[in-house]
Design a protein around this ligand. Structure first.
Ligand SMILES: [Fe+2]
Ligand SMILES: [Fe+2]
Length: 306
């Protein structure tokens, strides 16, 4: 399961990034200005889903960028080259306090404007939930800028006759080594109400989560079964989180599930106990890894991972 700290927003080396932790991110207020500006953007009052998908039933996929600006820029350019204008991101995007976090948001927004892209994010554990809570959602999306939005947990919508539901959040197994409100947020936990919100309308074609539910893909299961360096309390905390996302997964019984968090690329079919069909599951790799990006055809539900 995920063990990275994920908050060094400049390193292009995943390992050094994970060791560096959040110490490099001093407190700052530039992000406040960004969020205030976003709240006033007229773009937020548009039906962006209809606008940016007209004639384009294919969207991009990505996840676990951890504020890695270089990777984010390269990935957005690559996805733009594939002809997509909307990117569905499976969380740990890298929304982070401080000036470095604000710079990341500014730069990613600028790249999105350059390529006419919009990123819609299923929140992870390594995203600043305190900030997200300050943003009023518009049609189920909290817009950080007019190019970067986070789905409300349990948000459900229709694109190209395909129903989608997003349920972010995941427990940080290393929460005991983090600082609440600075490098860790208790709101990362999926609540019972959020599970109910995701499942209230039953089946959806596509489900987007950050955490990986049961039944897990083989590569994910190997991580879960592998050696652990965490305390018993941390493992219980992580298991409780997976139980929540599993409950929601079983209630939605999607045809396709896309998740992140485990930092491993894998895909395959699983059968939810009692479900009448197999669910195709795609686990996206993290930044700097093969299998971090992909495309989703909203009509056929075909996923191409790159
Ligand atoms: Fe992550
Ligand atoms: Fe994560």
């Amino acid at each position: 399961m995920e063990s990275e700290s994920g908050e060094d927003h400049t390193s292009t080396n995943s390992e050094s990034k994970r060791v560096a932790g959040g110490a490099a991110l001093a407190a700052g207020h530039v992000a406040d200005v960004l969020w205030a500006a976003a709240a006033d953007s007229p773009c937020l009052r548009e039906d962006l889903a209809a606008l940016d998908l007209t004639g384009r039933p294919r969207v991009g996929l990505a996840g676990d960028w951890h504020g890695n600006l270089g990777w984010a820029e390269r990935s957005l350019k690559r996805l733009s080259g594939l002809g997509v204008r909307t990117v569905l991101h499976s969380g740990d995007f890298g929304l982070w306090p401080g000036e470095q976090g604000a710079k990341y948001i500014r730069r990613v927004t600028a790249v999105c404007e350059q390529h006419d892209l919009t990123i819609r994010i299923t929140d992870g554990n390594h995203d600043d939930h305190s900030r997200l809570a300050m943003i009023e959602p518009v049609d189920g999306v909290r817009w950080v800028t007019d190019r970067i939005g986070f789905f409300e947990r349990g948000h459900r919508w229709l694109w190209a006759d395909t129903t989608l539901v997003s349920l972010g959040g995941a427990p940080s197994v290393d929460f005991e080594h983090r600082t609440s409100g600075k490098t860790w947020w208790p709101e990362e936990v999926i609540t019972d109400d959020e599970v109910r919100s995701a499942t209230a309308d039953g089946h959806a074609d596509v489900m987007l989560t950050h955490d990986a539910p049961e039944p897990a893909l083989p590569a994910v299961q190997r991580i879960l079964d592998g050696p652990s360096y965490w305390s018993e309390a941390a493992l219980v905390y992580a298991a409780e989180g997976r139980a929540q996302v599993t409950k929601a997964f079983s209630g939605v019984t999607p045809r396709l599930l896309i998740h992140g968090h485990m930092h491993v690329a894998d895909r395959g079919a699983v059968r939810i106990p009692g479900a009448p069909w197999d669910t195709q599951v795609v686990s996206l790799n993290c930044d700097e890894g093969v299998g971090n990006l992909g495309t989703l055809d909203l009509e056929s539900l075909n996923v191409e991972v790159i």
